[in-house]
Every structure is written in structure tokens, then in C-alpha cells.
Ligand binder design. Structure first.
Ligand code: IMP
Ligand code: MG
Length: 173
């Protein structure tokens, strides 16, 4: 596998995150908002989206690992790092890089809901269209993309290429 063409450019990403940030700013005005990113993939979208939200938000991180093949989700999730913050009664927005099967996020969402936040919504930069294996409500979507494996802007292949400033598809050599 090698890096193929650009799927979403850095200009497209930053323009779209500005729009989402503006929308989030309106939707959460006057509320206590905690942004929760799932490491490691979402570190870049968290950094850029947070700067587009014109509210005094808190940020926190979770790390999970899914067992199984590197390019496919098994749906079995282990929490490697939990939130530092209590979330009961607070408005939580999960910030994700990509939703594929949706299994990881479904697990995280159910795990956080037990802690009784005031609200719990999801923002994702990328949503692979039509391949979710569980029904999942995503309030803020950056881009709907085809179900191909992509890398860059936080997304990795075997840990590498997260630092690409755009999203690219992987192609066969
Ligand atoms: P899901 O549980 O199938 O929705 O995917 C969970 C995680 O798999 C995502 O948060 C990413 O970390 C990773 N992932 C899914 N699709 C891709 C991809 O196309 N490239 C890189 N990582 C991906
Ligand atoms: Mg991820």
C-alpha cells in the first residue's frame, strides 16, 4: 500500500472546521461544554476545531484500543486512558477523526452515557458513508467519504502518517 491522491485538502478541512466551529458556538452558547477527543487519531481535529469554537470550553482526552486487525474494527474496545474530568450534568461533545463501522464510538458513547452527562453529541471530521454497523447519531459531520482506507490529518496506517496535513487515500503499489 502507498499514499494515493488527496481526498480532502488542508484548505477544505480548515474551511469546514470553521463552519462547524461557528455552528457549535451558536448551539452551545451559555452552556458548560467539554470537548472529548479520542486519541490518537482525533488529536489534530481537536486542536483545529477547538480554535474555531468561540466559547470557554474544557477539553479532555480518552484513549481506546480496539482488538484485531489494524485496518478493521473488531468492536471490542479497551479503555487505555479514561477522562480526567467528571462529566455528570455537563454538555459533552465527542470529537472524532473518522467513523467507520461506528462500533468504537458506539462503545464510547454508551460508556459515557452511564455517567449521566447533561447531553452527549458527536462531531466527526469524516464519516464513511453507509457502512455503519450500529445506528449512530452524529450531530456534526465534516465530510462524508467513500468506505476506502484513508490516512493523514491524524489518521494512521500502522502508526505512521498521522502528520500529513490533508486526508489521502491509500492505494495498492
Ligand atoms: P470504527 O469503530 O470502525 O468506526 O473505527 C474506529 C477507528 O478505526 C477510528 O477512530 C480510526 O482510528 C480507525 N479507522 C477507521 N477507518 C480508518 C481509516 O480509513 N484510516 C485510518 N484509521 C481508520
Ligand atoms: Mg480514532
Amino acid at each position: 500500500m502507498k499514499v494515493g491522491s488527496v481526498l480532502v485538502s488542508r484548505e477544505e478541512i480548515s474551511a469546514r472546521l470553521a463552519e462547524l466551529g461557528e455552528q457549535i458556538t451558536v448551539d452551545y452558547a451559555g452552556k458548560d461544554l467539554l470537548l472529548v477527543a479520542v486519541l490518537k487519531g482525533a488529536f489534530m481535529v481537536m486542536a483545529d476545531l477547538a480554535r474555531e469554537i468561540k466559547l470557554a470550553v474544557d477539553i479532555d482526552f480518552m484513549a481506546v484500543s480496539s482488538y484485531g486487525h489494524a485496518t478493521q474494527t473488531s468492536g471490542v474496545v479497551r479503555i487505555l486512558k479514561d477522562l480526567d474530568s467528571e462529566i455528570a450534568g455537563r454538555h459533552i461533545l465527542i470529537v472524532e477523526d473518522i467513523i467507520d463501522s461506528g462500533l468504537t464510538l458506539d462503545y464510547i458513547r454508551r460508556n459515557l452515557e452511564v455517567r449521566q452527562p447533561a447531553s452527549l453529541e458527536i462531531a466527526t471530521l469524516l464519516l464513511k458513508k453507509g457502512i455503519q454497523r450500529v445506528p449512530i447519531h452524529v450531530k456534526y459531520v465534516g465530510f462524508e467519504i467513500p468506505p476506502d482506507f484513508v490516512i493523514g490529518y491524524g489518521l494512521d496506517l500502522y502508526g505512521k502518517m498521522r502528520n500529513l496535513p490533508h486526508v489521502a487515500v491509500m492505494v495498492e503499489d
